[in-house]
Design a protein. Structure first.
Length: 399
């Protein structure tokens, strides 16, 4: 085993890789085989065998004389995996996960083929403008050659016009077949970073990390998990968190921004003095631990004190709709937006209802039920309620 000093680790380029796909196609098992970690830590996830919240796992990618692996050799890259829900009712969480990744692994089981959720997840990656994709054709040990080729051709047809040059890797996660090919593909992913400009940290999770019975002197502040889109953050920085938390006063509800100090920074599980874009990371803040419980602060944006824009309740987007709605049985044509209809908007890791006020060609103005911190050019995933579920129908860009 090759052990690496922390300062070596911190110098490695980091990529955030989302693992997406249908609930039964073996993506959480694949993540376990790739990383040696079960990303589903929530008790209900373990009982039900599905991913409810975003799961995380980190590895160092090594290269030796035989190729790439996660155990020994020369360290070449730090990989942070984000396990997104595959269940149709948890699409909003999957979209939040897509907001913090650089690339995705789409898992398709060879014995089951393309499912409605497979198509919907592929659309979600398009909506979130994820350009780098690895497709894993899993469970090849359960089919014969003819079925494997049939499944392969179906996947190629699904990707046509969307991700034409993507390679499809036949894999048996359970039997650990071709995992080295996935490691190799992970090393080839190209990402663009910008550590210039004011830091913008997107919050995907928030935690109270204190165990019951912790002594008051040892208590840690609320922890924010997510990723840094641009700029740098340092331990000791004074930060603001927007739009903040809900406050109820005199029968009114409004959002109050939070001010805090960065106490500690973590890249994966390693404490660092400074964060730059790339990978999953977390911030231990000076906020009371209770404020971070149960993902209360998920969807917020963190920046240096006084540097974030004000939250908005009105939004103008240029939008494009998918020809069909997936995630449900059959083919349903996507109808255009309608005045006064309610849409679910995914902006970075936040979810908010938007009421359509005006439309002109492919532009729409919306009133937001929950205010959001937005930046010009940010992408927005658009979902419509159909048969009791929110279905992804298109995407837009903030103008």
């Amino acid at each position: 085993m090759h052990y690496m000093k922390d300062n070596e680790n911190n110098k490695l380029e980091t990529v955030n890789i989302g693992i997406v796909g249908h609930i039964d196609h073996g993506k959480t098992t694949l993540l376990y085989k790739l990383s040696g970690k079960w990303a589903s830590q929530h008790s209900q996830e373990l009982k039900r065998g599905i991913t409810i919240k975003l799961g995380y796992a980190d590895i160092i990618l090594y290269k030796d004389g035989k190729g790439y692996n996660s155990k020994s050799g020369t360290p070449v890259r730090h990989v942070s995996f984000v396990d997104a829900p595959g269940h149709e009712m948890l699409m909003a969480t999957m979209l939040s996960g897509a907001a913090i990744i650089d690339a995705a692994i789409l898992v398709v089981a060879a014995n089951e083929g393309i499912k409605p959720q497979t198509r919907e997840h592929l659309m979600a990656l398009q909506a979130k403008q994820i350009k780098n994709l690895i497709v894993v054709q899993n469970k090849i040990d359960l089919v014969d050659k003819a079925q494997a080729m049939k499944s392969y051709n179906e996947i190629k047809e699904l990707l046509k016009g969307k991700y034409d040059d993507v390679s499809i890797i036949p894999v048996s996660a359970q039997q650990e077949i071709n995992l080295d090919k996935i490691y190799e593909a992970l090393n080839e992913i190209k990402v663009e970073r910008s550590d210039s400009g004011e830091p913008i940290f997107i919050v995907a999770r928030s935690f109270d990390v204190n165990r019951p019975g912790t002594k008051p002197a040892d208590l840690k502040g609320a922890v924010l998990g997510g990723t840094l889109k641009q700029g740098k953050l340092k331990a000791g920085d004074k930060i603001e968190i927007k739009p903040g938390i809900t406050v109820r006063e005199a029968n009114q509800i409004y959002y109050k921004k939070l001010n805090a100090k960065v106490l500690k920074l973590f890249k994966g599980s390693k404490e660092v003095h400074e964060l730059a874009p790339g990978g999953s990371m977390s911030i231990e803040t000076s906020l009371d631990m209770s404020i971070g419980k149960s993902d209360i602060l998920a969807g917020n944006i963190v920046g240096l004190y006084g540097k974030l824009p004000e939250s908005v309740s009105n939004l103008k987007i240029k939008y494009q709709l998918f020809p069909e709605v997936f995630g449900i049985s059959g083919h349903v044509k996507t109808e255009d937006l309608k005045a006064s209809e309610s849409l679910l908007l995914s902006i970075n890791t936040s979810m908010t209802l938007g009421i359509v006020k005006r439309m002109q060609k492919n532009e729409a103005e919306l009133n937001l039920k929950v205010p959001a911190i937005v930046f010009k050019g940010d992408n927005v995933a658009i979902s419509r309620q159909m048969a009791g579920h929110w279905r992804l129908i298109g995407y837009g860009e903030i103008v």
